[in-house]
Design a protein around this ligand. Structure first.
Ligand SMILES: Nc1ncnc2c1ncn2[C@@H]1O[C@H](COP(=O)(O)OP(=O)(O)OP(=O)(O)O)[C@@H](O)[C@H]1O
Ligand SMILES: [Mg+2]
Length: 461
């Protein structure tokens, strides 16, 4: 059987049409799970290479045998290479061997996936153990330039998530799930432009095959959201679908409703979403307590600390030495460098953002940084923290409006971030004359993918 999979930046979900009815795959009690995996072993980082006494001894051995070989070649004459050159060569060899060893260990550790945890359990497992590896929002990394070893690890992580979905669905439906329609953003978050999106699809394809899916196709996430909306419209109309998720914002212009199939006319993408708002909240509300704009530390270090889904940035932040920064900022920064602390800070930022969607103020405790430390955040503060994202959203929608020959008859809003009143208001402000229709913010995309999956096999199985 075939299922629809919404492999989200923040949350993932799956569903199928069974007997003509939408049936969501249940992960424990929930209809979606946080797209996070925790596994106890560490993923290697080439920057972690350090000359331990053992590696130093290996280098000495290489240098000795190189000297010996040189003496033999020159038949007892002058040694033609300096010690410095020999040392450089030996370092290269030892470093390469170390990398190979790390790569082998990483492959072995990702192969032993039975110890992995998913969703909220993954985050908890990581915070409790204070070690190992938490991969949150792996989708954000698919479009980035990856060295081959890291790419391999990321494919393994995606495989594991897709396998978790496939096995859970197979158990629930009582038959093996072999096919999937997987949602994709119009534009993945990428450091390589369009090539990033191609790489992302390639990674998902490889992962799905390894996870046991024999047939896989992809559908743009807003097109999937449109599919569901389409079924609810009796008359044909031009609509704009705006899906504002965790990592990306997708816009689709489509002809929907009536008896004909939905006709997708055009897509636009903005590779930003709710996770960028969390970084904004962190920088605006929390980082001043760590000394941002107060102590003489370059701004980018605070951005690195807040960017919890960007592993290289996180490593950069952890490498900094804050021993000479005066109290209270130095000790707070050092507390933030502890394993798991930036993840906690990010979770607190997300909670603050979500809470301010419905409350006027929110108290965010930061005891893990310093006992008694807390931030009182207000809706007005959040407006400031959100403005960079809202400005980009406005620019995107203004561009879309300019591209359209005629105004749409409705703007259909979906995605978790569309729960934010500021976001709703900004979308409406870009189309003041057009009615705003609210879809299911969390399950609109997966519902559409399930319909597409049932049509992919030709029967509503
Ligand atoms: N009440 C709320 N106010 C603001 N943001 C919210 C609210 N509830 C959830 N969110 C945000 O919605 C985002 C998740 O949305 P969604 O599940 O649509 O994303 P996703 O499908 O995982 O990501 P993507 O589609 O970008 O890959 C998160 O950033 C979450 O913090
Ligand atoms: Mg989504």
């Amino acid at each position: 059987m075939h299922i629809g999979i919404d492999f989200g930046t923040s949350y993932s979900a799956a569903a199928a049409i069974i007997g003509g009815k939408l049936t969501l795959v249940r992960f424990g009690e929930a209809e979606q799970f946080r797209t996070a995996v925790y596994f106890p072993e560490l993923v290697p980082d080439p920057n972690d290479f350090e000359l331990t006494p053992e590696l130093e001894a290996q280098m000495e051995a290489h240098m000795r045998s190189a000297r010996l070989a040189l003496r033999r070649q020159t038949a007892g004459g002058e040694v033609s290479r300096s010690d410095q050159e020999l040392r450089r060569d030996a370092l290269r060899v030892v470093r390469r061997q170390w990398m190979e060893e790390q790569a082998r260990a990483a492959t072995a550790s990702v192969a032993s996936f039975q110890h992995a945890l998913f969703g909220e359990e993954a985050v908890e497992g990581y915070l409790e153990s204070g070690g190992g590896n938490l991969i949150e929002s792996p989708k954000s990394m698919f479009g980035y330039r990856l060295d081959p070893q890291v790419r391999k690890v990321i494919v393994h992580i995606a495989t594991h998530i897709l396998e978790h979905i496939r096995l859970t669905a197979s158990r629930q439906f009582g038959e093996p799930v072999r096919g999937a329609v997987i949602g994709r953003p119009v534009e993945f978050r990428s450091s390589m432009g369009a090539a990033g999106s191609e790489q992302a699809i390639e990674i998902l394809r490889e992962a799905a095959a390894a996870a046991g899916f024999d047939e896989v196709s992809f559908l743009e996430e807003p097109a999937a959201a449109a599919m569901h909306y389409h079924k609810s419209l009796s008359d044909r109309q031009h609509a704009l679908i705006v899906d504002i998720g965790g990592g990306t914002t997708d816009v689709t212009h489509a002809e929907l409703g009536g008896i004909a199939s939905p006709l997708i006319a055009r897509n636009w993408g903005l590779p930003k979403g709710g996770t960028d708002l969390d970084v904004g909240v962190s920088l605006h509300h929390f980082m001043p307590l760590m000394g941002k704009d107060i102590v003489r530390i370059p701004q980018h270090q605070f951005v690195e600390a807040a960017s919890v889904h960007n592993l290289p940035k996180q490593r950069e932040f952890r490498k900094q030495n804050y021993r000479l920064i005066a109290a209270p900022y130095g000790p707070r920064l050092r507390a933030l460098q502890e394993l798991g602390a930036t993840t906690r800070l990010n979770q607190t930022a997300e909670r603050t953002k979500i809470s301010l969607s419905s409350e006027a103020s929110h108290r965010a405790p930061l005891d893990f940084i310093e006992p008694g430390l807390a931030v009182n955040a207000t809706r007005e503060d959040l407006d400031t923290a959100m403005e960079p994202f809202l400005a980009l959203l406005e620019r995107t929608l203004t561009g879309v409006r300019g591209d359209l020959a005629a105004l749409p008859e409705s703007v259909f809003l979906t995605g978790g971030t569309s729960r934010s009143p500021q976001v709703k208001a900004r979308v409406q402000a870009c189309f003041p004359e057009v009615p705003l229709v609210h879809g299911d913010p969390s399950l609109g995309v997966v519902s559409g993918l399930a319909v597409a999956a049932s049509e992919a096999v030709g029967v509503a199985s």
